[in-house]
Design a binder for this molecule. Structure first.
Ligand SMILES: Nc1ncnc2c1ncn2[C@@H]1O[C@H](COP(=O)(O)OP(=O)(O)O)[C@@H](O)[C@H]1O
Ligand SMILES: [Mg+2]
Length: 262
């Protein structure tokens, strides 16, 4: 469903390319992990797919195709439609992604207001449905709250609700659980698994934490300095890493018992 071919991104104010020629595919209903240390180009890759790069500040080349539709070179108006309706995005910091002055329910429904002809009542119905799909207790109560009245975990669920309310075919998750404590992190991973299984949404799950990726993704790609150095079945990459960088990432995983490395 998503095909990235030889993507290059170079910011004008940098010497080195942020993304230096990567190719990656995500099949229908698949969750693919993208891992790598900070600065390796993971977020820039996600932003290229989501159409969020500041185009005036960088040069882009290559192809990004979503079900055959070109996401890099199409006219702006067409792109806005594709991005708004077909791709949902969830970032690390739910608090900074929300407008503090707008009720949570209205923010979750914003994309419906922009991209559909639904009436306010129809939108509210959809938002309440999606708030309960992300397992927020008391959807009606959450609908009327402001972001600061929710906990971090609840806010991240609300952000996921906002990303899926329009039923996108692809969800981009950029370190969505990094800011959360371990228990909440595990709950969010379970939720993503459920959404993937029940709604068939394909996902690109970005993390610097290989352990988290291992729980969620059948396939993983490892990024270093703008390049994919390794990709494959998550189990294979874990048990038989081919690249020294991947081995270092695996060795760096903190373990509960000291000895256990995977
Ligand atoms: N808007 C920008 N302008 C210039 N350089 C940027 C910009 N955004 C990201 N970069 C650079 O691109 C590289 C990749 O960044 P990023 O994709 O955010 O890494 P990651 O998400 O893997 O931590 C880094 O060197 C970063 O400094
Ligand atoms: Mg990042």
């Amino acid at each position: 469903m998503l095909e990235i071919r030889d993507l290059h991104v170079k910011f004008h104010n940098r010497d080195r390319e942020a993304v230096a020629g990567i190719s990656l595919t995500i099949d229908d209903g698949e969750i693919v992990g993208l891992v790598g240390e900070s600065g390796s180009g993971k977020s820039v890759t996600a932003m290229s797919i989501a159409g969020l790069l500041p185009r005036k500040q960088c040069d882009l080349s290559g192809d990004i195709l979503l079900d055959g539709e070109d996401l890099l070179h199409a006219p702006r108006s067409a792109l806005r439609q594709i991005h708004g309706r077909r791709i949902g995005v969830v970032f690390q910091e739910p608090m900074s992604a929300m407008d503090p002055l707008m009720r949570v329910g209205e923010q979750v429904g914003e994309v419906l207001r922009i991209h559909t002809g639904l009436t306010p009542a129809q939108r509210k119905k959809k938002v309440l449905e999606v708030l309960s799909a992300v397992e927020l207790a008391d959807p009606e109560g959450v609908y009327n709250k402001y972001p600061h009245e929710l906990s971090g975990g609840m806010l991240q669920r609300a952000m996921i609700a906002a990303a899926i309310v329009i039923q996108p075919s692809l969800l981009l998750l950029d370190e969505p659980t990094t800011a959360l404590d371990v228990t909440i992190q595990a709950q969010i991973l379970e939720l993503l698994k459920k959404l993937n299984a029940e709604k068939g949404i394909s996902m690109l799950f970005i993390s610097h934490n290989l352990n988290v990726v291992r729980k969620l993704c059948k396939r993983v790609a490892v990024m270093q300095r703008g390049l994919l150095v390794e990709s494959g079945d998550t189990k294979d990459v874990f048990f038989h890493p081919q690249h020294p960088y991947t081995r270092r990432l695996i060795e760096a995983i903190p373990t509960r018992h000291g000895k256990e490395t995977v």
